[in-house]
Design a protein around this ligand. Structure first.
Ligand SMILES: Cc1cc2nc3c(=O)[nH]c(=O)nc-3n(C[C@H](O)[C@H](O)[C@H](O)COP(=O)(O)OP(=O)(O)OC[C@H]3O[C@@H](n4cnc5c(N)ncnc54)[C@H](O)[C@@H]3O)c2cc1C
Length: 474
């Protein structure tokens, strides 16, 4: 066993003053946005270069010490909890935009760059990076690439994987690979680039990323409508998709969420509505007007109680700011939450919603819902009071049942947040033993000593299961 004092000395030799074992830091880094899944790290390191990362990984590999890469820690799946202790690598100091290549429409970024900051910078070049998780004001590229984050504009522009051309990645051995270049086409060898995207820090550590960018549309404008049921709201969204109108985003927000958002940041909605539907379109003036008119006629056909258009960029920003405030607003309902990101085939969406209502009744819990439902995703967020043991148990059982139902409907337990620590018990159910064995073998090739983010993605081993909290045992 490597002594803590020797480890501290070795880390300090590599990263100087950017090493901490201060108790306040250890507590702050013991969890992520999930909150109730915790682990105790031994050290936090804020590397400033890929050389430092290589040295730290080589040391950790030699001494078999876990490493947990971390961006903003906004993971909603326990993706960066230091489950098995070890070293947390926080990339917030590797936050430079290294290159903007206007000819090739690419950028190189370090992993700690925050998504919204890149878009602020790109706007000056009339360019933009489309994937927009609702957390884009804090989420980093390292974390978003490793969860293959989707978000609001996925319906038109796809997810992270569609925009990452290549990465510099440090494997569990400390070796460096480069997974792509400024090429729009390349079928040379296996697609390791796509494998690393969404690997949740378990296959390698991303120290640089090469991203595609595109021309910034002249306008982003939105249309909002209120419906007397979630079902009608869902049908409206799918009608817009079916008719090929091509919105950048199509979101649904239920009444419980509307009430919470209204308490938190203020939002007007008709008292009798049960759901709000929110679309965003982009393009030049003529295109945007045409799309908004088409969406408005579907609102009328589908008997919206009320609808309106955000005609100015300022109105557009405020509509989406209200949507993005939903998760924090849920804390005004109850202090605990389990946030899910199940995704089902489009034709099963309304059935999934109906079943979530049944789960809500069965376990007598409150489940506000919203989602990027234009791509079949919904975020049921089971809220509860952690001081109430009975309610806590019911909330977690409800969460488990919702994931089971998603799989029964041929869906997935995670459309965008990742498996992390939270959903490990469902991996086998979703993929079966042969594929899971293959995944484990792949992990061994990239990380032979299993030091990279251990305790994530894969179902817990037997001895680990017995020490798990009841919350995540199936
Ligand atoms: C309010 C809120 C809204 C959200 N909305 C969305 C949404 O709309 N869509 C969506 O997809 N997600 C959403 N999320 C989930 C989460 O924010 C995103 O997945 C986000 O992109 C994660 O970024 P991060 O920097 O916080 O990563 P972290 O949480 O720090 O890390 C996420 C994962 O990536 C790994 N990782 C981090 N950096 C590296 C690196 N350099 N190399 C290797 N692995 C690394 C971590 O170990 C972990 O497994 C939301 C979360 C919150 C709190």
């Amino acid at each position: 066993m490597f002594l803590s004092s020797i480890l501290k000395e070795s880390l300090t030799k590599i990263a100087g003053e950017n090493v901490s074992d201060d108790i306040a830091d250890l507590i702050a880094y013991s969890t992520d946005a999930v909150g109730y899944l915790v682990g105790k790290p031994e050290f936090i390191v804020w590397p400033i270069s890929n050389d430092q990362v290589v040295e730290i990984v080589k040391l950790a590999n030699r001494e078999k010490i876990p490493i947990v890469p971390r961006g903003a820690g906004s993971s909603l799946a326990g993706g960066c909890t230091p489950k098995k202790g070890g070293i947390v690598l926080d990339f917030s100091k590797m936050n430079r935009i290294l290159e903007i290549d206007e000819k090739n429409l690419t950028v190189w970024v370090e992993p700690g760059v925050v998504l919204a900051k890149l878009n602020e910078k790109l706007a000056k070049y009339k360019l933009f990076f489309p994937p927009t998780p609702a957390s884009d004001s804090i989420a980093t590229f390292g974390g978003s690439i490793n969860t293959n984050a989707g978000g609001l504009r996925a319906v038109k522009y796809g997810v992270m994987r569609d925009w990452v051309l290549g990465m510099e990645v440090i494997l569990g051995t400390g070796e460096i690979i480069n997974t792509g270049r400024k090429l729009r086409k390349c079928v040379s060898g296996y697609d390791i680039n796509s494998l690393i995207v969404g690997s949740e820090g378990t296959l390698g550590i991303v120290t640089k990323a090469l991203l595609k960018v595109t021309t910034l549309p002249e306008f982003f404008l939105s249309a909002v409508a209120f419906f007397s049921s979630l079902k009608e709201a869902g049908e409206c969204i799918y009608e817009v998709i079916r008719r090929g109108i091509g919105p950048t985003a199509g979101e649904i927000i239920d009444k419980i969420s509307l009430e919470a958002v209204s308490r938190f940041v203020g939002l007007d909605y008709p008292e009798e509505c049960e759901a709000m539907v929110l679309f965003e379109v982009d393009g030049d003036k003529e295109e945007v007007e045409k799309k908004l008119n088409a969406i408005r006629s579907i609102f009328e056909e589908k008997n919206a109680i009320e609808h309106k258009v955000a005609y100015t960029p300022e109105e557009n920003i405020s509509v989406w700011a209200a949507r993005k405030a939903a998760y924090p607003a849920y804390f005004t309902i109850k202090p605990g939450q389990v946030t899910e990101d199940i995704t089902v085939p489009l034709d099963k969406f309304t059935e999934m919603i109906e079943k979530i209502f049944e789960v809500m009744k069965k376990y007598d819990v409150t489940i506000p819902m919203l989602g990027h439902c234009a791509d079949g995703g919904i975020h049921p967020c089971i809220v509860y009071d952690p001081r109430d043991k009975d309610e806590t148990e019911r909330a977690h059982k409800a969460a488990h049942e919702i994931m089971d139902i998603a799989l029964e409907l041929d869906g997935t337990v995670t459309g965008e947040h990742g498996i992390g620590e939270l959903k490990r018990n469902w991996l086998l159910d979703e993929w079966g033993p042969v594929l899971v064995r293959l995944l484990k073998e792949i992990k061994k090739i990239f990380d032979p000593n299993g030091i990279l983010n251990p305790g994530k993605i894969f179902p817990p081993e037997e001895e680990e299961k017995s020490s798990q909290t009841d919350f995540i045992i199936k």
